[in-house]
Ligand binder design. Structure first.
Ligand SMILES: Nc1ncnc2c1ncn2[C@@H]1O[C@H](COP(=O)(O)OP(=O)(O)O)[C@@H](O)[C@H]1O
Ligand SMILES: [Mg+2]
Length: 278
């Protein structure tokens, strides 16, 4: 019963994993487009006239002090939070503000939350299989014979996330970093067009961080990846374009070197440190 229950929980967490319905059109521009987006919580503007453009296949890092609005931005893109004003488009065809969370997910926008939520009692392989079957209507097929196509996809993802040799082991024995990779793998099962990853390396060892950098840079190109991360060393190791959020808007954008030498960025980060008790 506990497995069934956890399947149900899992379904709630991963109910966005349904097959893409309509292709995203990027012929005329970016894969993700936010224009003049504002959202207030009790009068406080968590996102304030935010403009952001992500190109198809791009790996973008979003940095910014605590409370800058990074997670809220992901909530808006995924339909969890509705902005007060502005526009959010996925390709040129899909107005995300006219869609709900499952609909947005079904377009191929996958979101990795900070805390890994894998099934500890199931094997690595079974976790990937389950991600494929997260659609309730397909769940019964878990017990049926798996199609060769799904098996091939699982093998491919196992290699991508570096867990091929651990495929038969229960996910519970994985290290924290390996669980994070498995969860990224679960998202990849649906071949998302855009992956949103919130603070992937929190709590990882240096070695795991290096492997995560390889994983995320390897995904870019095949899909667009937006990474929110605090760890500057990690961002520097993967960054191409970096966007600095501050008070709900873009403070600076450019290469890591460009933004790191921007006096406004330096001030924001030093300011954040000043708030810590001495
Ligand atoms: N649901 C909410 N209700 C009220 N305030 C919120 C809510 N979500 C976020 N906030 C506030 O919005 C601001 C931005 O938060 P968040 O997006 O989590 O920042 P970040 O991820 O950059 O640290 C913070 O001041 C936070 O307290
Ligand atoms: Mg956050």
């Amino acid at each position: 019963m506990s497995l069934l229950r956890s399947l149900a929980d899992r379904d709630r967490v991963f109910d966005f994993l349904v097959p893409a319905t309509s292709p995203v059109d990027v012929r005329h521009g970016p894969i993700l487009y936010l224009e003049d987006v504002t959202v207030s919580f009790d009068g406080f503007k968590a996102i304030n006239r935010l403009n952001l453009t992500i190109d198809d296949g791009e790996l973008r890092c979003i940095i910014g002090p605590n409370g800058a609005g990074k997670t809220t931005m992901m909530d808006i893109i995924t339909g969890k939070t509705r902005p007060d004003s502005g526009q959010v488009w996925f390709g040129s065809r899909h107005d995300l503000l006219a869609m709900n969370e499952p609909e947005i997910a079904s377009l191929g926008i996958g979101r990795k939350f900070q805390k890994p939520t894998v099934f500890e009692a199931l094997s690595v392989f079974e976790n990937l299989e389950l991600a494929m079957a997260a659609d309730k209507r397909i769940l019964p097929t878990l017990t049926a014979r798996m199609s060769g196509e799904i098996r091939d996809r699982i093998e491919e993802v196992l290699v991508t996330i570096g867990l091929a040799e651990l495929r038969a082991r229960p996910a519970g024995i994985l290290s924290h970093g390996q669980k994070q990779w498995l969860e990224i793998g679960m998202l990849l099962m649906q071949r998302p067009r855009l992956l949103l990853v919130d603070e992937p390396v929190a709590g990882m060892t240096e070695q795991e961080m290096a492997r995560t950098a390889e994983l995320l840079t390897g995904l870019a190109g095949k899909q667009s990846v937006v990474v929110v991360e605090h760890d500057m060393g990690f961002v520097r190791s993967i960054a191409r374009q970096v966007t600095v959020l501050h008070q709900g808007s873009v403070l600076a954008e450019g290469t890591m070197d460009q933004v790191a030498s921007d006096p406004r960025v330096v001030e924001v980060y030093l300011g954040a440190e000043d708030e810590e008790p001495a």
